[in-house]
Design a protein around this ligand. Structure first.
Ligand code: NAD
Ligand code: UFG
Length: 347
């Protein structure tokens, strides 16, 4: 497929998954426009994207909650054909403390985007959803038909409600959308120029591991070793961020060239299909970095899911996409990114 000239708006394109996706979109010949307010990212990511991709995408520093500003981007760019919508706040714990902040940011920005897309007849949307919609699953692996459970955090609720809003808009208008339910994206680009940039103390396992190994954190706490799993620690489906990014290209290309059987709104699981325990993740990191990680077992973290991993047969067969990178590569790349950040910090 010849994509040159097709213009894609990437909201949140300066962020973790967004920046990796922008790099791949440019490599595929798309013209990329980024809209991001930098509330959880850094301006210097732009030149790093350019270093990898060979060109700097057009960047608008705007808040998607500002509808006029978003409207102005569509007006100025004229021919945006599709949107990949990453922009959202994503810290589960913070969302419990500040629910309105999350509902305002994640839902107002989505409503603004959908209204402006309709106005400009830009009728294709890839939406960042999450396996959090499955809650604690009754059966594993989870398929897209597994029940959506009541959200356990305002953040999770913004993903569930976001999917519903988009689905209804697809029924009511010309919009076509694919929601990608990511499992646990980790790792970094092989150049180590872009990666995950947690602000403050990380909540997530892999950034906590790499910050411990580099000495920013004294030790890792393993939250619970009394779960009914082979080694007592929780199970997740860790997936390399490059594989997650590639899923967006596959979803976008399905939207731009819809096969006759495709529906207006579709959802796909984006995982590897494999579950790993926390201790397995630590061991993989130790092998990849060739060093011991200081950790000790701590009480369970409130709200943690015991085990979850994806059935990816639908995304494999329909999107013609499959995760390729293994846990070792995820850990090795996360470690290279952390080390490079120390030598060459972004802020
Ligand atoms: P991120 O925080 O690195 O990137 C999000 C980007 O959106 C940031 O650059 C931020 O500045 C921007 N942003 C936020 N609100 C905005 C607004 N109102 N206007 C303009 N820009 C705004 O997060 P990420 O890890 O890259 O996640 C991307 C998406 O994927 C999010 O929607 C997130 O909820 C979803 N998701 C992430 C994970 C994960 O583990 N990383 C898992 C499931 C789903
Ligand atoms: N863990 C530790 N110690 C830590 C951090 C995490 O033992 O310091 C454990 C957790 O208890 C869990 C596993 O590592 O068992 C993974 O935890 P993460 O915080 O990395 O990931 P979660 O699966 O808990 O959360 C992620 C995203 C959320 C999203 C959720 C479900 O961060 O945004 O997946 O999709 F809601």
């Amino acid at each position: 497929m010849n994509n040159s000239g097709i213009k894609i708006l990437v909201t949140g394109g300066m962020g973790y998954i967004g920046s990796h996706t922008v790099v791949q979109l440019i490599a595929r010949g798309y013209r990329v426009v980024i809209a991001d307010n930098l509330c959880n990212s850094n301006r210097n990511i732009l030149s790093r994207i350019a270093q990898i991709a060979g060109q700097e995408p057009q960047f608008y520093e705007i808040d998607l909650c500002d509808k006029q500003a978003l409207n102005d981007v569509f007006k100025k760019e004229e021919d945006i054909k599709a949107v990949v919508h990453f922009a959202a706040l994503k810290a589960v714990g913070e969302s419990v403390q500040h629910p309105l902040k999350y509902y305002r940011n994640n839902l107002i920005s989505l409503l603004n985007l959908l209204e402006v897309q309709e106005l400009f007849d830009a009728n294709n949307l890839v939406f960042s959803s999450s396996c959090t919609v499955y809650g604690e699953p009754d059966a594993l692996p989870v398929t897209e038909k597994s029940p959506v459970k009541p959200a356990t955090s305002p953040y999770g609720n913004t993903k569930q409600v976001g999917e519903e809003i988009i689905k209804e808009q697809c029924t009511a208008s010309n919009l076509r959308s694919i929601a990608l339910r990511y499992f646990n994206p980790v790792g970094a680009h092989e150049s180590a120029l872009i990666g995950e940039l947690p602000i403050g103390t990380p909540n997530n396992l892999v950034p906590y591991i790499t910050q411990t190994a580099i000495g920013k954190q004294p030790f890792l706490r393993v939250f619970g070793n009394d779960y009914p799993t082979p080694d007592g620690t929780c199970i997740r489906d860790y997936i390399h961020v490059d594989d997650v990014a590639a899923a967006h290209i596959a979803a976008l290309e399905r939207l731009l060239n819809p096969p006759s059987e495709s529906e207006g709104f579709e959802v796909f699981n984006i995982g590897t299909g494999r579950g790993n325990t926390v201790l397995e993740a630590i061991r993989a990191f130790e092998e990849a970095s060739n060093q011991k990680l200081p950790y000790h077992v701590a009480p369970r973290r409130v709200g943690d899911i015991e085990k979850v991993f994806a059935d990816t047969s639908l995304s494999n067969s329909v999107l013609h996409w499959k995760a390729e990178k293994d846990l070792h590569t995820m850990m090795a790349s996360a470690w290279e990114w952390e080390k490079k950040l120390k030598i060459n910090p972004l802020v």
